[in-house]
Write a protein that binds this ligand. Structure first.
Ligand SMILES: [Zn+2]
Length: 281
């Protein structure tokens, strides 16, 4: 027989609570690159939306020092969240120092417990750089621990018993580190919100020259535009799109939970991907 948890450990205020969605990414501007369109559409569909980058973005300059860059990028990220109409959750570590460690997990899990998201948007489980991959792992376990009172968060929040569906964005360049193209399991039509997504990305002004120099992106704005057009083309239906892969439900939600369906005609499941998933069963 399993002992029942003390009632007070559970947050019982979820009934009638507004539905919430959170995007959890590694660096300032990652949400705007691959996730913000879907976040904006969820807001239109009645969700309260939340925005969290784990790292300060302090490495993102070849001109300014770490502290100056950190301050600049914090303001830019806050601005971007304001443009998106999202609640801002501050980052807590340096770029290239996002590790799957206990302190980071406690902090990410705390935000999840505070927000109580029924939708979590995060990076691809495999992406072009380690900060993204690790952020994904922290977000997934943070969500997994939402109802486990014996796992402590910093700061402490009451646990909640609710379905939470995790979706993974496409990796940067739409390819995995071994160059394979990643085909999404579903598409979200972001055409209508592309201007707002672009405005939010423009808030990261400091990134124009940095990405030019460091990663040969001739314009980070152009990169976002080209990516969403490429995903739109993959969908064969939408002009601009974001692609998603839904995390396995175990420990998160019911097997068929797919709340992005609430976006109606702007959500398109990739039937051939689904078919391939289920081959052999
Ligand atoms: Zn990034």
């Amino acid at each position: 027989m399993h002992p029942q948890p003390a009632e007070s450990l559970y947050d019982c205020n979820l009934i009638g609570k507004m539905k919430t969605a959170i995007a959890i990414a590694a660096h300032p501007d990652d949400i705007e690159m691959m996730m913000a369109g879907t976040l904006l559409l969820l807001k239109k569909a009645g969700y309260e939306i939340h925005y969290m980058d784990l790292a300060f973005g302090n490495v993102g300059s070849v001109v300014y020092d770490s502290e100056t860059t950190k301050k600049t990028r914090l303001e830019e990220a806050k601005n971007a969240a304001r443009i998106l109409g999202a609640h801002f959750h501050p980052p807590f570590c340096n770029d290239l120092e996002i590790f799957y460690d206990l302190n980071s997990l406690r902090r990410v899990a705390a935000v999840i417990r505070d927000v109580k998201p029924t939708v979590v948007l995060t990076h691809s489980p495999v992406d072009y750089m380690e900060d993204h991959t690790t952020t994904c792992r922290l977000a997934v376990t943070g969500a997994f621990a939402r109802g486990m009172p014996n796992f402590e968060t910093v700061p402490a929040y009451a646990v909640g018993d609710y379905d939470c569906t995790v979706y993974h964005a496409l990796p940067h360049t739409l390819r995995d580190p071994l160059r394979h193209v990643i085909v999404p399991g579903a598409f979200v039509n972001t055409t209508a919100v592309q201007p707002t997504k672009m405005e939010a990305l423009k808030a990261h002004q400091s990134q124009q020259s940095w990405l030019d120099v460091s990663q040969k992106m001739n314009s980070y704005l152009q990169t976002m535009e080209e990516t969403s057009l490429a995903v739109g083309k993959m969908s064969k239906q939408f002009t601009h799109a974001e692609g998603w892969r839904r995390h396995l439900h175990v420990g998160f939600c019911t097997a068929d939970a797919d709340p992005l369906h609430e976006l109606g005609a702007d959500y398109l499941v990739n039937e051939s991907y689904e078919k391939e998933l289920n081959a052999g069963i």
